[in-house]
Design a protein around this ligand. Structure first.
Ligand code: SAH
Length: 413
């Protein structure tokens, strides 16, 4: 007999609106003694069935629902992984490198899988996924037929589940030192073992391509470049010169390697620096760019950190606006989940206002289609990427009047 989690009388429970999480504070009592990661049935205060999920007493998110009406079938993980693959096949036709499973957004709570061709990298974000790894690996092997399945479970959120780090080869030979992938016409070498997260940030894929389309003939600054994502797209699409900036020597080394790999190293320079300092320094030196890209790490990982994060975002965006020639573009992103779209745009307006430049919003984009979001669980929607045209100063004639406008016609965003 499956254990039952009985919710408090609270109308309407979050899970009734389609949200897959049951918080500890919503639980009235647990009937039976479920072990870590065990399947449980969730019922409301009147005993009505709300669904089935997996249980972790140690987590604030105590149950993550897998199904609503029926107990999970034995082949549930494989079926849903196959559905996730079908989604990518349709939305990114021909691609062999992408986020293959986006957790709750693909109805696979706690499970992230990135695909680098024949190498799959699994990131378990919950205890329920940890205990199901053998089933999940088997399912991944059947659906994707990979050479290697590698585990990269070192995300800090695992602490909230009572879990430590765990990285190792789960199936096949160990991954190669560089997994080589092709993304929108650019080739990247990826370090899946020691790189950041799973080695590559797939979420910006289509934003990188769209930003690259603005860069023909342009001088570009790619700040927070990691392994070269935006700048390499810019070079592929005809940028005159790209300055890559990152504070991580390992990331920058890979960016340089990737520039060579794509035959564009002669138009690239690489600066290892703290972007906060470097933006200021470039301004002092009078350097200006046609396109500036800002893609920093998440400054706010929690609501409490939002104020400090906003000061950071304001600072780099203000500096970046100053570096853009009139008629040029700022592409600026935030992957801080607690920072909403409106607050993000407000921050940009504030940064532009401080420099008295007129900014025109061309597009506000999010993550690509390999990062689906369950609308009932808006927490999955974290990435904002604004495309802005930087105009004249609107007070005192503008400090930067006389700078040449970007020579080329902008491509479609
Ligand atoms: N734009 C990249 C992804 C950026 S991830 C892409 O398209 O692939 C964020 C990057 O910011 C990381 O590579 C990290 O090393 C770098 N970083 C973090 N803090 C930084 C700082 N203060 N200055 C410069 N780079 C920083």
């Amino acid at each position: 007999m499956k254990a039952r989690v009985v919710l408090r009388r609270r109308r309407p429970p979050r899970v009734e609106r389609g949200h897959p999480w049951v918080y500890r504070t919503e639980i009235d009592r647990v009937e039976g003694a479920p072990g870590p990661g065990d399947e449980v049935e969730v019922v409301d205060a009147d005993g009505r069935r709300l669904g089935f999920g997996y249980y972790n007493e140690a987590s604030m998110i105590t149950v993550r629902l897998l199904t609503r009406d029926e107990p999970p079938a034995p082949d549930l993980w494989e079926r849903r992984i196959a559905l996730a693959k079908g989604r990518r096949d349709r939305l990114l036709p021909g691609a062999t490198a992408y986020r293959a499973v986006h957790a709750e957004g693909d109805d696979l709570p706690g499970l992230v899988v990135d695909r680098f061709g024949d190498v799959l990298v699994v990131e378990a974000l919950s205890l329920g996924v940890d205990v199901r790894l053998p089933t999940i690996v088997e399912a991944l092997r059947r659906v994707f037929e990979p050479t290697t399945v590698y585990l990269r479970s070192d995300a800090p959120v695992r602490r909230l589940e009572g879990l430590g780090d765990d990285s190792r080869t789960l199936a096949g030979p160990p991954p190669p030192e560089r997994a080589i992938i092709e993304e929108e016409g650019v080739t990247y070498g990826v370090d899946v073992r020691a790189g950041q997260k799973t080695g590559h940030y797939f979420d910006q894929r289509l934003n990188r391509r769209a930003a690259g389309a603005l860069c023909e003939g342009a001088e570009v600054l790619d700040a927070f470049c990691h392994t070269g994502g935006f700048g390499l797209q810019a070079l592929r699409q005809g940028a005159r010169r790209v300055t890559f900036v990152d504070s991580s020597p390992a990331a920058l080394q890979l960016a340089a390697e990737n520039a060579r790999r794509n035959g564009v190293a002669d138009r690239a320079e690489f600066l290892e620096a703290n972007a906060f300092d470097l933006l200021r320094q470039l301004e002092r030196e009078g350097r200006r760019f046609d396109v500036v890209v800002l893609d920093p790490p998440a400054f706010a990982k929690s609501r409490q950190a939002l104020d400090a994060a906003l000061r950071g975002y304001h600072e780099i965006n203000l500096r970046a606006v100053r570096l853009v020639r009139t008629g040029g573009y700022l592409v600026t992103a935030s992957c801080s989940q607690p920072l909403g779209r409106d607050a993000f745009l407000e921050m940009i307006a504030g940064a532009a206002g401080d420099d008295r430049r007129a900014l025109r919003l061309l597009a506000l984009r999010g993550a690509g289609p390999d990062h689906p979001v369950a609308v009932a669980q808006p927490q999955g929607d974290y990435l904002k990427c604004a495309f802005l045209e930087v105009g004249e100063g609107w007070a005192g004639g503008g400090r930067r009047r006389g700078l040449p406008p970007l020579a080329n016609e902008a491509g479609p965003v």
